[in-house]
Ligand binder design. Structure first.
Ligand code: MN
Length: 721
C-alpha cells in the first residue's frame, strides 16, 4: 500500500478544516520522517509510514490540527531520541503534552487473561488520558497496528495483541461512538484469533445473501411502506451484522448460525418519542414479535445515557430481524457517544445544532475547542458521566494485576485489596520500584510491590492511613484478634499459676469443667475473659473444685487495706518476663517498677492487668477492691540485657562541667539517658530531671550512689507515682 504523501495528508485536513495550520503539519511530517530515519516496521516498510498512516486514519474522523500533528509525532519520544523539551520547543507545549500522553498509554501493559479486568483497564485508559485526543490517537495507532498485525512473526504475540484489542480497544471505540473503528478492530482481531470461524461465517453469510437476494433492501422497503401507511415520517436503515458480532451472538447463546437467524439489524429513526411507540405498535401488529427480546431503553435509559427501543420480529419473508426505534436526538447520542451527550447537557445541542455536527465529526472539534478554552479535563469528565473514574485510581501489582482503589488510597489499601493476608503481613512497599512509606498516596498507573514479613501484625496507626472499608475492617479484625490472643495467653498463665500454688494441674480438660458454670463457649474464650480481667482465676478454681475453694474465691470480702494480698497467699499471679504481653499487661503510667522490686497487678476489665510497684501511692485507689489484686513477679533471666525506665531528680551546682560529669558517669555504668530536662532554680543551682534505662533495681542503686558521690550534687531522689 502506497504511503500517504505529505501533500495528500495536508489536502485531506484542509478539505474539512480550511483553517488548519498547514505549516505545522508539514513540519511534523518532515520531523517524524527524519527522527524515525531508517527504522523499519515488521512489514519491511520504513517506520515513519506508521505515524503517517495513523494521522491518515484520524483525518477520516475530521480531527483538529493538534491531533493530526500528535499522530505524526506519537512514537518519537518512545522510539527516537526526541524529548518533551524538544517537542515543546518545536511544536508547542500542548502538542508535546499530547504526545507525552500517548507515550504513557503505550507503556501500560494489559494482562487481559482476566476478563473482569477489561472494564477496569478501559476506565484506566480514560482516566490516564486526560485529553480525549490522546485516546483518539491511541485508537488510531492500534487500528494501524492491527491492519499490519500479520507481519508480526510470533503467533503468540499476534494473538495477545488481538485479544487485547477485543477486550480493551474495540469496546472503547464503541463507547466513544466510533462504530466504524470498532468494527474494523473487531474484524482484524477476529481474523487473528479464530480465522477458521471467521472464514466460515463470511462464506455462510455470502450464501445467505445469494440465496435470498437483496433481503436487506426488501425488508427496508416493507418497513418503510408500513410507516408511510401510518403517516409517520421516519428513516429506515438496515444492515447485515458483522461476522464478529454474529459469532459473538452464537457464542453467547450457544446456538448455530441456522438457529441464529437474526443476522439483520434495522433502525427506524423518527421525530419524537410518541412516534417511537407508534412505530413499535405498528411493527407488533404487522409481524409477530419474538418473546423476551423487547427492551424499552427510552423509559429506562442505560447508564451511559443510551436510549432506544429494541425488539425482534419474525419480519417480512419470515426472517428474524432486530429493530431499534429511536428519535434523531437519541440516535446522535448513541452514535457519537459521550461527546453528543455532553453537548446536549450543556444546552449546545438540540434540534438546530444537531444536523451540523451529525453530518461531520464536528462534535469532536467542538469538544476539543472547549477543552482548549478553559474547560479542564476534570470538568469534561464530570460532565460526561465519566466522573466515576475520577474518584478512582488504578494501580498494578508487579505481575500486572490491576487494582482499582478510591482516590487517597495508600499501599496498605492496595495490600488488603489483593488479599487480607498480604495486608496483615505488610511491612513496607515499593512504588514504581522505589521504597516508599506506607502512608504514600497512590497515583494512577503506580506499580505497587508489597514487602511482607510473617512477624508483622497490623498496627493501630494503620487505621488512619487507609481509604477503603475493606482495609479498615481487616485491620480492626486483626487488632481485635491480637488483643484477644494476648488476653488469652495471660489468662492461661494466671489460671495455671493459681492451680499450681494450690497443688492442682490446670490441664485443658480440667479447666473445661468451668465452662458451663462460668457461661463460656470454649476454653480460649475463658482464657481471654480471665486475661481481660472479666473473670477471676479464683472463679475458675471455684468452678472446677467447688469444695476446695478458699473463702473469698467466690465472693470477695471487702476488707479495706488489710485485704491486700500477701506473698504466699495462694493467689493467681502474673509473671513479667522478657516477652511482653503487649496489650494485656501494662505498667501503670509513671510508676517505673524495676526487676528486684515487689510488684502487684490490678485486674482492669477489658484492659487486662495493670502492674504497680507495691509502694505505689496509686494502689490506694484499689484498697477497697481486694478481688482485683493479682500477684505479680518478675521472670527476667539474670543475664538479661532487657532494660526498664527509671526517673529521678537532683539539684546540681551551677558549675562548669557538672552536667558533663553526670552524663559520663551514667554512661560509665552502662546506662542510657532517654530524657533529660533542666530548670534553673536560682543563680547557683538548677534542677535536673533524668530518665534512664536500667536492667534492675540494683543497677539503679549503683548509679544513684555514684551520682551522690559527685560533689555539688544534692537532693538526689527517685520520682514515681
Ligand atoms: Mn505507534
Amino acid at each position: 500500500m502506497a504511503m500517504l504523501r505529505q501533500y495528500e495528508l495536508v489536502d485531506r485536513v484542509l478539505a474539512y478544516d480550511p483553517k488548519a495550520d498547514e505549516g505545522l503539519i508539514n513540519r511534523a511530517y518532515v520531523y517524524a520522517m527524519k527522527q524515525h530515519g531508517s527504522q523499519m516496521r515488521a512489514s519491511g516498510d520504513p517506520y515513519f509510514s506508521h505515524p503517517i498512516e495513523v494521522a491518515g486514519i484520524l483525518t477520516s474522523l475530521k480531527l483538529d490540527t493538534a491531533t493530526i500533528v500528535t499522530a505524526l509525532l506519537h512514537d518519537t519520544i518512545e522510539d527516537t531520541g526526541s524529548t518533551m523539551a524538544e517537542l515543546t520547543q518545536l511544536f508547542g507545549a500542548q502538542i508535546a503534552s499530547l504526545v507525552d500522553g500517548v507515550t504513557k498509554l503505550g507503556k501500560i501493559e494489559f494482562t487481559s487473561e482476566r476478563e473482569k479486568q477489561a472494564e477496569n483497564f478501559r476506565k484506566f485508559l480514560v482516566a490516564m488520558s486526560n485529553d480525549i485526543r490522546v485516546l483518539l490517537v491511541k485508537l488510531a495507532d492500534r487500528l494501524h497496528n492491527m491492519r499490519t498485525l500479520h507481519f508480526i512473526p510470533s503467533p503468540e504475540k499476534r494473538k495477545r495483541i488481538a485479544q487485547e484489542t477485543l477486550d480493551i480497544y474495540a469496546p472503547l471505540a464503541g463507547r466513544m461512538g466510533i462504530q466504524e473503528i470498532r468494527e474494523e478492530l473487531e474484524d482484524l482481531a477476529f481474523k487473528q484469533i479464530n480465522p477458521e470461524a471467521r472464514e466460515t461465517l463470511i462464506r455462510r453469510l455470502d450464501e445467505f445473501r445469494t440465496n435470498s437476494g437483496d433481503l436487506v433492501a426488501r425488508i427496508e422497503k416493507a418497513l418503510r411502506e408500513r410507516l408511510k401507511e401510518a403517516g409517520i415520517e421516519g428513516e429506515v436503515k438496515g444492515r447485515e451484522k458483522s461476522p464478529y458480532s454474529v459469532w459473538r451472538k452464537m457464542e453467547r447463546r450457544a446456538v448455530s448460525l441456522e438457529q441464529l437467524s437474526d443476522i439483520y439489524g434495522f433502525r427506524v429513526v423518527v421525530a419524537d418519542e410518541a412516534d417511537c411507540y407508534r412505530v413499535l405498535g405498528i411493527l407488533h401488529t404487522t409481524w409477530p414479535m419474538v418473546p423476551g427480546r423487547f427492551k424499552d431503553y427510552i423509559s429506562t435509559p442505560k447508564n451511559n445515557g443510551y436510549r432506544s427501543i429494541h425488539t425482534t420480529l419474525i419480519g417480512p419473508e419470515r426472517k428474524r430481524v432486530e429493530v431499534q426505534i429511536r428519535t434523531r436526538k437519541m440516535h446522535e447520542v448513541a452514535d457519537f457517544g459521550i461527546a453528543a451527550h455532553w453537548l446536549y447537557k450543556e444546552g449546545r445541542g438540540g434540534a438546530e445544532a444537531s444536523p451540523e455536527f451529525a453530518s461531520t465529526f464536528r462534535w469532536l472539534r467542538q469538544l476539543v475547542e472547549m477543552l482548549e478554552h478553559g474547560s479542564t479535563p476534570e470538568e469534561f469528565l464530570e460532565h460526561t458521566k465519566l466522573q466515576m473514574f475520577y474518584d478512582q485510581v488504578f494501580c498494578f501489582s508487579p505481575k500486572g494485576l490491576l487494582i482499582t482503589l478510591p482516590r487517597g488510597a495508600t499501599p496498605i489499601d492496595f495490600a488488603y485489596a489483593v488479599h487480607t493476608d498480604i495486608g496483615d503481613t505488610c511491612v513496607g512497599c515499593k512504588v514504581n520500584g522505589r521504597h516508599m512509606p506506607l502512608r504514600t498516596i497512590l497515583q494512577n498507573g503506580d506499580e505497587v510491590e508489597i514487602i511482607r514479613s510473617q512477624a508483622q501484625r497490623p498496627s493501630p496507626a494503620w487505621e488512619a492511613l487507609v481509604a477503603t472499608g475493606k482495609a479498615r475492617s481487616a485491620i480492626r479484625r486483626a487488632l481485635r484478634q491480637a488483643k484477644l490472643n494476648e488476653f488469652s495467653k495471660l489468662g492461661r498463665q494466671m489460671i495455671k499459676s493459681l492451680f499450681d500454688v494450690r497443688g492442682k494441674r490446670a490441664s485443658d480438660s480440667v479447666i473445661e469443667r468451668a465452662l458451663g458454670p462460668l457461661k463460656q463457649e470454649n476454653i480460649e474464650d475463658l482464657f481471654a475473659a480471665v486475661g481481660a480481667g472479666e473473670v477471676r482465676p479464683e472463679d475458675v478454681f471455684a468452678a472446677v473444685y467447688p469444695k476446695l475453694a478458699l473463702p473469698g474465691d467466690k465472693e470477695a470480702p471487702v476488707t479495706g487495706k488489710k485485704g491486700r494480698p500477701k506473698p504466699g497467699d495462694e493467689r493467681a499471679s502474673v509473671r513479667i518476663s522478657g516477652q511482653s504481653y503487649g496489650a494485656a499487661v501494662k505498667f501503670a503510667p509513671d510508676t517505673f517498677p524495676l526487676p528486684g522490686e515487689r510488684i502487684v497487678g490490678i485486674r482492669s476489665p477489658g484492659e487486662g492487668v495493670i502492674i504497680y510497684p507495691i509502694d505505689s501511692p496509686g494502689l490506694e485507689a484499689f484498697d477497697a477492691e481486694p478481688e482485683r489484686w493479682v500477684d505479680a513477679s518478675w521472670d527476667i533471666p539474670a543475664a538479661s540485657s532487657q532494660t526498664f525506665p527509671a526517673r529521678f531528680v537532683m539539684t546540681a551546682a551551677n558549675r562548669v562541667g557538672s552536667l558533663g560529669g553526670i552524663t559520663s558517669l551514667i554512661a560509665d555504668y552502662g546506662s542510657n539517658i532517654i530524657n533529660l530536662s533542666m530548670n534553673q532554680r536560682d543563680a547557683d543551682f538548677y534542677d535536673i530531671h533524668i530518665d534512664i534505662e536500667v536492667t534492675d533495681i540494683k543497677h539503679l542503686s549503683r548509679i544513684m550512689s555514684a551520682l551522690n558521690g559527685i560533689s555539688g550534687i544534692n537532693a538526689l531522689t527517685r520520682v514515681r507515682k
